[in-house]
Design a protein around this ligand. Sequence first.
Ligand SMILES: NC(=O)c1ccc[n+]([C@@H]2O[C@H](COP(=O)([O-])OP(=O)(O)OC[C@H]3O[C@@H](n4cnc5c(N)ncnc54)[C@H](OP(=O)(O)O)[C@@H]3O)[C@@H](O)[C@H]2O)c1
Length: 385
Amino acid sequence: MRTLVILGSTGSVGTQALEVVRRNPDRFRVVGLSAGTNHELLIGQIREFVPPYVAIADEQAAADLREKLTNIRDVEILVGPDAAETLARDLEADLVLNALVGASGLAPTLAALQSGKTLALANKESLVIGGELVMDLIKGEPERLVPVDSEHAGLAQLLRGERKEDVKRVILTGSGGPFRGWSRNELARASVKEALAHPVWQMGPKITIDSATLMNKGLEVIEAHYLFGLDYSQIHVVIHPEGIVHALVEFRDGTILAQLATADMRLPIQLALAWPERLPTGIEPVPIADKKLTFESVDREAFPAIDLAYRVGQLGLTFPAVMSAANEVAVMAFLEGKIPLTRIVEVVQTVVDEHEAPSTVVSVVNLERADAWARRRAAEIIEAG
Ligand SMILES: NC(=O)c1ccc[n+]([C@@H]2O[C@H](COP(=O)([O-])OP(=O)(O)OC[C@H]3O[C@@H](n4cnc5c(N)ncnc54)[C@H](OP(=O)(O)O)[C@@H]3O)[C@@H](O)[C@H]2O)c1
């Protein structure tokens, strides 16, 4: 029996994690849940999983939650922007699943690892922003950080038992999102509705837009760099529209291993929660004989986010934090209809180009400062039109 804290339980990954728990009641027990604002869904989750602690970021949502929870005893409610971090640090639990979105995930990631817990990480932004700090906390015990992202879960499986010196390069696949094959001019006219219609995955709005610009793949390149200790020259990206092969590893003898699975996030989520064990999922395996697998290169001109992420990753320091923060602001502006899709990466690029990173070692304070500056600057650039 593993005790779990699920941060972001009301989101796409969070709800699917609870499906995994529901299916395996003898393996997992939820001791903490956290949400941002969605108290309605959280109430249902509290009734079903009866965790002793819940965290909710929004004050008004917390008040509504309290009002409706009168007949449930023994649930302590933590409120405020730091509540998820408190859960991650203070609760006794075997594993924390961080399924928050954006920079809000960094503090809980650090808190979970600092308090000695194992972290199943869906919140890729926390690794992009604070990769060095995060990896420092698990030095000598890499098994305490388990990836949830499907490509990185694929790599973790492919690399199990392999010697690092035998790995020549890894290849992350991406479906290409809803705009595969579109030119830059066409992309400039893409609507929010079109951008939210991902052909393979059902996900939260931020990662869906990141998948439309391919910024998501860029973030994943940086994520892979930290998780697997790979040089950026060893990390490649290829478009694979069918979304069946999630990752490949090429070894120095010329062998390539691929990880294939039905595109269903419950698979990598369950593997992360039970790692290193595999449990039955009830998910149909890929019907190999009926499927074509195709691969193509990324159109780097139409999707400049990939090259930007490589550059930012190589620069290191506070540059990835700046890219990630500016991207969050620009994605929100696109969702609100303030800027066209192609403007997202242009805004991020401008903010990155203007950034003057501190020459000192990266610290939480430096990262927070860079994050705040990047958000302000991105907002100004968007406002200026
Ligand atoms: N969805 C996928 O299939 C998928 C796949 C791979 C990786 N990921 C990664 O997993 C993470 C989560 O993605 P998602 O698609 O599940 O996102 P999502 O559906 O938008 O869910 C985000 C969760 O975080 C909570 N939240 C948002 N802002 C918060 C804040 N400031 N404080 C506390 N809680 C906050 C939300 O709460 P409320 O809803 O209550 O406001 C919700 O529970 C992202 O980093 C994403 O890149 C997702």
